[in-house]
Write a protein of this length. Structure first.
Lengths: 205, 273
């Protein structure tokens, strides 16, 4: 009986120690408080950007490796945000797409009032046209993207969705949800789809 | 002074690179040449002009109380500047807060010299090709007084441990219209934005190589940039509003970074792109 009590006491002590050593839940709460106080002088209309939506919250919590059930919930929620072009045409103008892919303009506090349309800034993270040597490597190379997919119809829709809201396919992936956040318009996304999927696009040459 | 002249010409030639494609390799090569020349003559580092100016400011009697900062306690006792930066951020009993170098400087200017906080932090960062601000000069001076030492962060006080845990949480926290966290760009090895290489800051080897470089002299800006500014600039890129100078968030992230860089050499003011 005494031994049993000692074991039970040890278990409680160890469990309490493990619990105290984990900063998690408390970490998120103190982060919220710290964020609020650290942008105290920011304009109220900007403060909203500091708040996390559910997807940002869980991706932060799981450091981008969500358990299966959480991942499925993210994909379902994000898929529901995707809006398709009214006319059903998913491909725009690849030339406009290339301009968008080059532009990193938009969304910074120094970008207001807007002096240009928001850019997609694709080259910051991806290789596209092989002639552009200044490309980043945070995302995979998209050179010959359409060619590699045989310009298939289904792939056109898939890539539209991947640009509009990549988390519908890759929960907690690094790429911004450019359509869902309204950073890019449906028309702009169509132009980017053309840049990737049009046989005439330099991406596929 | 032919060496200074050649350094100046080298600087100009660096700034002249506009075609980004070929530029990075070339810029890196030129930067490397520059670093070699600095090794041969460390006193030709343009960041040291700010350190000198910072030392003069440190000793100058200023503010409503007309005193210098020489009695400022940076953690190792009043007036002790040597080695202080290597142990920052740390908990300060008088402020009952964990402070980094820059927030401690503000605290000393406020309490010792009687300057108004709002005035001190009104313009903390210089713009390209401007002289460094007073805070930049002071921070460069104090950091330079730890040049050659290694980071030995303290984790004794509960608030120091809390600051580290908060910094780690913040490093992985995604927010804003782009869903970015610090870890989005600094969470993997050998990645780059366009041609700019990105350090993997959660990996001690990579953190040790870069964290101790700040405050750094940025060749492209012609001015020194402090860690507060470096972090504020990252949040700007993340499309968040301008973060307050010396905030809990920037101090906690600095705490996280110096702990990742523990044992890494302090080379401030180093030369950066």
């Amino acid at each position: 009986m005494k031994r049993l009590f000692a074991i039970a006491a040890a278990v409680v002590v160890i469990a309490a120690g493990v619990y105290l050593a984990l900063p998690r839940g408390q970490g998120a709460a103190s982060a919220d408080a710290a964020i609020k106080s650290s942008w105290a002088t920011a304009a109220p209309e900007w403060q909203a950007r500091l708040l996390q939506d559910e997807t940002q919250k869980v991706c932060s919590q799981y450091r981008n490796v969500p358990p299966k059930a959480v991942a499925e919930a993210i994909m379902a929620r994000e898929k529901a945000t995707i809006v398709y072009p009214a006319d059903g045409k998913l491909m725009g103008d690849w030339k406009k797409g290339e301009v968008l892919a080059q532009s990193g303009y938009g969304g910074r506090f120094t970008d207001y009032p807007p002096r240009a349309e928001n850019g997609g800034n694709c080259y910051a993270c991806h290789q596209l046209d092989a002639k552009e040597l200044s490309f980043g490597t945070l995302g995979p190379s998209l050179f010959e993207y359409g060619k590699n997919r045989k310009f298939a119809e289904a792939e056109v829709k898939a890539v539209y969705e991947r640009i509009y809201n990549p988390q519908a396919a890759i929960p907690c992936g690094n790429m911004p949800r450019l359509g869902a956040s309204k950073f890019l318009s449906v028309e702009q996304i169509k132009d980017l789809v053309a840049l990737l999927m049009s046989p005439e696009s330099p991406v596929n040459k | 002074m032919p060496r200074r002249l050649s350094l100046a010409l080298l600087l100009l030639s660096l700034l002249a690179f506009t075609a980004p494609a070929a530029a990075v390799d070339e810029t890196e090569k030129e930067l490397e040449k520059y670093r070699q020349m600095l090794k041969a003559d460390p006193w030709s580092n343009p960041g040291l002009l700010d350190a000198d100016r910072g030392e003069a400011l440190w000793k100058q009697q200023r503010g409503p109380k007309n005193v210098s900062l020489e009695q400022c306690d940076l953690g190792k006792g009043p007036g002790k500047v040597e080695g202080a930066f290597a142990e920052l951020p740390r908990y300060f009993k008088d402020a009952d807060r964990v402070l980094d170098l820059e927030s401690r400087l503000v605290w000393c200017m406020e309490t010792l010299q009687g300057l108004a906080r709002a005035e001190i932090v009104k313009r903390p960062y210089s713009k390209a090709n401007q002289a460094g601000t007073e805070l930049e000069a002071l921070a460069t001076y104090v950091a330079f007084k730890s040049n050659g030492l290694t980071y030995t962060p303290r984790l004794e006080h509960t608030k120091e441990k809390e600051a580290l845990a908060l910094g780690e949480t913040l490093f992985f926290r995604r927010q804003g219209p782009m869903d970015f966290a610090c870890a989005t760009c600094h969470g993997d090895t050998a990645k780059r934005i366009r041609l700019q290489a990105l350090p993997y800051l959660s990996k001690p080897e990579e953190a040790r190589a870069v964290v101790g470089e700040w405050p750094a002299y940025r060749v492209s800006q012609g001015t020194v940039m402090t860690m507060q500014h470096r972090i504020a600039d990252c949040y700007w890129q993340m499309r968040l509003p301008l973060i307050d100078y010396g905030s809990d968030v920037t101090v906690a992230l600095t705490m996280y970074l110096v702990n990742q860089a523990k044992g890494g050499a302090i080379t401030a003011p180093a030369i950066k792109r």
